[in-house]
Design a protein around this ligand. Structure first.
Ligand code: F6R
Length: 609
């Protein structure tokens, strides 16, 4: 959500903060601000809108100094405005604070502070924190900060600087991610490793209820009682330029094109040959535990939820284990019954999505074993799970998830195939064919990318349509839902992803010439039924884009356009089908001149419930 970058060293803090925030801009971008400490003074600059506005303002009025904190905001409490943007300052303007998260008891804290004479200028929950620090401040910033943090309920990643302490910045976290970059003669606070990789690959990942006092040459980690904590630095596994566009117009485009390589990396060391069994380091489940499973429950949000829906299908069809898939935000309300030997599989790109993290904790409390399928290494979800299988997609910056989605499905397919093998739920022949097909996926993904121009031509035909319907069945129902989500989030075209079987129970009323339908009609169990659905739409003058296997002769006769995918076992087609649908959404959005990497109202990592 919000991005945080703090710097202490010898370089100009504004330059570092702006460059770091640029890498985090995808997390939230309705306002931005920075506070710099220099010569015993604190100077603050804030703007409404994107980071570029802050950069321009700083060009006109440079703030010089080698200690500073910056922030990009995604509004929760209080609309985007200059006063609501961070950093927030104490009444005397000598302490500045940035925050990511939500303070749940802010209303009562605010009432208390107001009764004690503190004046508030914003509508945010964050402002209470800086006044609390000010209230407790008696010359020791770390002591005041520690006391203030103890009064807070909710989620926070915090960074604080003070005009009275030009050699110090302080950070703390609970539930919201926070990382400290370790430099030489300089150190960093960032809300995401990607923001600091340009300057160092050594970081400390901060845990809940830990804080750090950071100088140019030292980082002192403690708990909230002040007890020292020893921690080994973590080495960021990707190269310094991984978070750059590399010649692509948008990160989303780059990430779509990274899929063949990412798939190869995901398979590496896990699946060597079709005849060999799958090796999943980190899964942390014995063969006896796998054989004893009575149920698997996938839980996730958004795109990751769609990957979980595919997972549900694979667990039942392939591994023959009863499976469910829940929206993380709905799970707690349902107070789910967790039977013995239930495995919860949590799916998350960021590993920090608040709703998903809450669902994970709910499962653990109820006694389920929890494994996660995560991209960001050492993220909260990864750390709190009993086992973790990383999808190995590398940094995903575009707000619309692409490579993480296909890699989530690939990883889940590996898990399901492994379970099927251990439980004897599929024949050796079936497993060999599936594993062979999985090994062929990077090549198939490349073939699909090489067809980009064909998909772009289809996009040019439909980009002005106000509405779209995506239909699928069986394992490709989630593909329809994901295709529609991709289109709506980056193009703002209203799109519905629906079960083709459900169409005549309602959505068919929408069909007319200005609504285009994407019908996923690859050969398999549901093919004939999909042809019937296409005919129903055509009979009502609705244009249809079919998604079909190479060489299909029927779909081109029925549909107005066809997006072709190479043939593979039906169970893993959600991986290949996703790629032309990503490309279609991308080009439609590009033709509409949308801000593809930063769609309105969205943030990459949703760290609030
Ligand atoms: C859509 C998208 C979101 C995320 C969702 C979960 O393109 O990216 O729907 O999938 O916010 O995020 P993670 O996977 O980080 O838990």
């Amino acid at each position: 959500m919000c991005g945080i970058v703090g710097y202490i060293g010898d370089r100009q803090a504004t330059e570092i903060c702006l460059a770091g925030l640029k890498r985090l801009e995808y997390r939230g971008y309705d306002s931005a601000g920075i506070a710099i400490v220099r010569d015993g003074e604190l100077e603050v600059m804030k703007v409404v809108g994107k980071l570029a506005g802050l950069a321009e303002a700083l060009e006109e009025n440079p703030l010089e100094g080698t200690l500073g904190i910056g922030h990009t905001r995604w509004a929760t409490h209080g609309k985007p405005s200059k006063v609501n943007s961070h950093p927030h300052t104490s009444m005397d303007g000598r302490i500045a604070l940035v925050h990511n998260g939500i303070i749940e008891n802010y209303a009562e804290l605010r009432d208390q502070l107001e009764s004690e004479g503190f004046e508030f200028v914003s509508q945010t929950d964050t402002e209470v924190i800086v006044h609390l620090v000010d209230k407790y401040y008696e010359g020791d910033l770390a002591a005041a900060f520690r006391r203030a943090v103890k009064d807070l309920h909710g989620a926070f990643a915090l960074g604080i600087v003070s005009a009275d302490h030009p050699d110090q910045m302080i950070a703390a976290r609970r539930f919201s991610p926070l990382v400290l970059g370790i430099g030489e003669g300089e150190n960093f606070i960032v809300s995401d490793m990607g923001a600091v990789r340009e300057w160092t690959d050594q970081v400390y990942v901060i845990d809940d209820d830990e804080m750090a006092v950071i100088t140019r040459d030292s980082i002192e980690l403690t708990d909230l009682e002040g007890n020292p904590i020893e921690r080994e630095p973590y080495t960021i596994p990707w190269p310094a330029d991984a978070a750059q566009k590399g010649g692509h117009k948008h990160f989303m485009h780059k990430e779509i094109h990274e899929q063949p390589r990412a798939m190869r990396e995901c398979l590496l060391g896990r699946l060597g040959a079709p005849e060999k069994s799958i090796n999943l380091e980190g899964l942390n489940l014995t063969e006896d535990e796998i054989r004893g499973l009575r149920k698997v429950v996938f839980t996730a949000c958004g795109t990751a939820y769609h990957a979980g829906l595919v997972g549900r299908f694979l667990m039942e069809k392939l591994a023959r284990i009863p499976a469910e898939c829940d929206l993380a935000a709905e799970l707690r309300a349902r107070d789910p019954v967790v039977l013995d030997n239930t495995l919860a599989i949590i799916v998350s790109q960021s590993g920090e999505t608040a709703d998903t993290l809450v669902a994970l904790r709910e499962f653990k409390e109820k006694g389920a074993k929890v494994i996660s399928v995560v991209n960001v290494v050492d993220s909260s979800i990864a750390r709190e799970s009993d086992g973790v299988v990383y999808i190995q997609a590398g940094p995903e910056i575009g707000v619309a998830s692409t490579k993480a989605y296909t890699l989530q499905i690939l990883t889940i397919s590996l898990i399901a195939a492994h379970f099927a093998d251990v439980r004897g739920a599929a024949s050796e022949h079936e497993l060999i064919e599936l594993r062979r097909a999985m090994l062929g996926l990077p090549e198939q993904a490349q073939i699909l990318l090489d067809r980009e121009e064909d998909v772009k031509r289809v996009a040019a035909r439909f980009f002005e349509s106000p509405n779209a319907l995506y239909l699928g069945r069986g394992v490709n129902l989630p593909s329809a839902m994901e295709g529609a989500l991709k289109l709506k989030e980056i193009s703002y075209i209203h799109a519905e992803g629906y079960s083709a079987g459900e169409m005549k129970h309602g959505p068919i009323a929408l069909v007319e010439p200005s609504l285009f339908t994407v019908a996923i009609a690859i050969k398999g169990d549901v093919y004939d039924k999909m042809i019937g659905n296409i005919q129903e739409i055509k009979a009502r003058s609705g244009p249809v884009i079919g998604v079909a296997f190479d060489g299909d002769t029927e779909i081109p006769r029925q549909a107005d356009e066809v997006l072709w995918v190479p043939e593979s076992p039906e169970m893993i087609t959600p991986i290949t089908v996703a790629i032309p649908l990503q490309i279609l959404a991308y080009h439609i959005a590009d033709m509409l001149d949308r801000e593809i990497d930063q769609p309105r109202n969205l943030a990459k990592t949703v760290t609030v419930e």
